[in-house]
Design a protein. Sequence first.
Length: 323
Amino acid sequence: MDISQLQLDSDGKLRHFLSIDGLNRQILTDILDRADSFLDITHRINKTVDLLQGRTVINLFFEASTRTRTTFELAEKRLSADIINLNIATSATNKGESLLDTIRNLQAMQCDMFVIRHGMSGASQFIAQHVAPHVAVVNGGDGWHAHPSQAMLDMYTIRHHKKNFEPLRVAIVGDVMHSRVARSQIHALNMLGVHEVRVIGPKTLMPTDIEKMGVTVFHKIEQGLKDVDVVIMLRLQNERMQGAFIPNQAEFYHTYGLTAERFTLAAPDAIVMHPGPINRGVEIESTVADSKHSVILEQVNLGIAVRMAILAMTIRTSGEASR
Ligand code: NCD
């Protein structure tokens, strides 16, 4: 089954949330608009609503995560869901149980939703193809493939600051090759109709045929940053590199690091974003990361409202449950 059939119901509503690819502008806009309605709640003293009351969400994180895991958990709590965080290190997947058997067992406990991060590209899609009809799957990042909730919180942060997508030039800088975030961002930015998406980095960290995704490629950061409205920096994802893709980190910073001086090439009111974790002095200068142009911590905060929107739009409603 192709990814859009898997993600959308016959009436065009979200069924699973696996990848931006296969969605459409209407769904992306609905997520952003729904996040608006949750943003007010996150500023109240009582931050909970009962939308997911009595529903069980299992967070399955097979890979390290700080921001994604914590903000998904907060989003679930603010929607009043019952939550299980499966500790993979001490679970039976370490005793040889297959991923699918783990899922089947958890499903037998009557859970309603899985939020999954996995090192293997396609893991969430694979699980979505095998869960019961009442269970929804949300991708929290799969291998190099996709990190759609990150892309949506990035789009939300951009809309928050820039209002309209159409006139924007957006540059994504660094290790595009190993970045699931960049892939999802490129799909989302193009779907939302931005004027230009640029990717900047060395040839060794640029996927071949990336132009086919609708981006302009730059190998010189000074050229690529010229007049952009949004700069998105990426970490060197060393854990995914086998062999040497760059001479060393100091050389990378020298050639591609976002310094305060280079940032002056961007539009005067440009914003700086980063999915985190940031590596100061490797892809970004500390003064830029901490400057008034930086919205890096705001991304984290807005991510809670966006993830609440994704969970609320994906969970099966009681009428659809078939047990
Ligand atoms: C990213 C990820 O895990 O893909 N981080 C995140 O979810 N905020 C990016 C990264 O690891 O560099």
